[in-house]
Design a protein around this ligand. Structure first.
Ligand code: F0G
Length: 457
């Protein structure tokens, strides 16, 4: 008999978590104005608000922290990190930053100017923010298939090269670079194929534009290429990683995801020009060049984390868990963005709470219902997050309305996933009785989802 699957690690340290009663949760949710960002973490039983900075470090990472070099300039920890990044990506120039958005801020301060257009596949919120904040345009060239949650294709995060080429033709001079997000978070943690990265590269060369990868979940992307793309089954994750980055000129990285650290990020590039341009902004916004926004100990832990998480077994364990949750949802007939993504399941609220009008925010309503059901905290990636149109001030109802269940790395067991699935099933089973949603009582002009105050209708 074939041995069953099991995790590629064992647990050395644990953190107790606590269940609550429905009455407690009703009270807490009300006090939090039906906004899960306003909950205290000790009010949460299973926390799936994000996979960012919430992973569990390994014993080797903790050991590396003890060897951190906190020298202001030229710390050995910086060179450990730089050597690891260069070995994995081929990029020679490294700038550490305190997280992913800081890497964007430093690099875009040099690269993005008013009136520019930056085409890519579903820019992440902060990426878009750093572009729009500079009065430039983030042009989404994701494939249309990504919008159909029930369509099952292997690389649903891909760039639509026809849209990209049209952008390059129409706005050539205004495009400083092309950005590709691997994996594509906004489209559901969906991967981008090597073939697609190659096609983007060909276009970039044709129009003489550099390519930047937003690489927060590059290792998960490499895993999907190995599993799903022809010709990669026998290549190691590290070989695939190297090949992916050979098709880019640089990367911004939120190390809080695939670096498995709680805080950190970096810019890496092969372009002297980008490095020289970004350097000054690093010193201005983050810190001196050999620590940027990071402690020496954290750079050490990140170097180990990057190495560990580009090994097949680690990624297999991780993606297996996401797929395990997806299988449970399949059993119960709960619709989500198919196939399961790398870091999360994106539940399609508009297909579940069909009686809740979009003006009453179905995905937010589902997020609240799941918390009330079992103390599970997901996160709305839908109409509230989409904010209002800057010109018309109307709510943006054009995109998908999803509940994201993001799974931290090496933190929860499959038993926790069973609880999540059954809790969601219980809400799903009474979906016909949920006919009213939420009303916005107060909102900030931008990034409203963090602080929005809601009332239950
Ligand atoms: N790029 C992507 C694709 C991301 O998913 C994130 C963060 C960032 C950049 C910014 O990185 O948080 O380190 O500043 N995503 C988190 C999430 C917040 O929950 O998906 P950061």
């Amino acid at each position: 008999m074939e041995l069953p699957f099991a995790e590629s690690w064992k647990i050395k340290m644990v953190e107790p978590i606590r269940k609550s009663t429905r009455e407690e949760r009703e009270q807490w949710m009300k006090e939090a104005y039906y906004n899960v960002f306003q909950l205290r973490s000790d009010q949460v039983y299973i926390d799936l608000i994000t996979d960012s900075g919430t992973g569990a470090m390994s014993d080797r990472q903790w050991a590396a922290m003890m060897m951190g070099d906190e020298s202001y300039a030229g710390a050995s920890s910086f060179f450990n990190l730089k050597e690891t990044i260069t070995r994995l990506t081929g990029f020679e120039f490294i700038i550490p930053t305190h997280q992913g958005r800081a890497a964007e801020n430093v690099l875009f301060s040099y690269l993005v100017h008013e009136g520019d257009i930056i085409p890519g596949n579903s820019h992440f919120d902060t990426t878009k923010g750093h572009i729009e904040g500079r009065k430039a345009i983030a042009l989404d060239c994701t494939i249309d298939e990504a919008k159909n949650t029930q369509l099952e294709i292997p690389f649903k995060g891909n760039v639509d090269c026809t849209k990209l080429e049209k952008a390059l033709e129409d706005f050539g001079d205004r495009i400083p670079f092309i950005i590709v997000t691997i994996t594509n978070n906004t489209a559901g943690g969906q991967p981008v194929s090597m073939q697609n990265l190659r096609e983007v590269r060909v276009l970039a060369q044709k129009y003489n534009k550099p390519v930047l990868f937003d690489s927060a979940r590059f290792a998960e992307n490499a895993y999907f290429i190995k599993i799903r793309e022809e010709g990669y089954a026998d290549k190691s994750i590290k070989e695939i990683t190297h090949e992916m980055f050979s098709l880019a000129d640089g990367m911004t990285m939120s190390a809080k995801k695939d670096g498995i650290v709680n805080m950190g990020g970096f810019i890496a590039t092969r372009l002297q020009d980008w490095y020289d341009g970004a350097k000054g902004y690093c010193v201005q916004y983050e810190g001196y060049l050999t620590y940027g926004g990071m402690n020496g100990r954290d750079m050490n832990a990140l170097a180990v984390g990057l190495d560990e998480n580009t090994e097949f077994d680690m990624l297999h364990t991780r993606i297996h868990q996401v797929e395990y949750l997806a299988q449970k949802l399949d059993e119960y007939g709960i619709p989500y963005q198919r196939p399961a993504g790398g870091h999360a399941i994106f539940v399609d609220a508009s297909k579940i709470l069909t009686h809740v009008p979009k003006e009453e925010f179905p995905a937010q309503t589902l997020t609240v219902e799941l918390f009330l059901e079992a103390g599970i905290r997901g996160c709305e990636i839908g109409y509230i997050l989409a904010d209002r149109d800057p010109a018309t001030r109307e709510n943006r109802f054009g995109g998908l309305d999803l509940l994201r269940l993001a799974i931290p790395r090496r933190v929860y067991t499959d038993n926790h996933m069973n609880v999540v699935a059954v809790a969601l099933k219980n809400v799903f089973d009474r979906r016909e009785n949920i006919t009213r949603g939420m009303h916005i009582a107060w909102e900030a002009p931008l990034m409203r989802h963090f602080t929005v105050k809601l009332e239950r209708l």
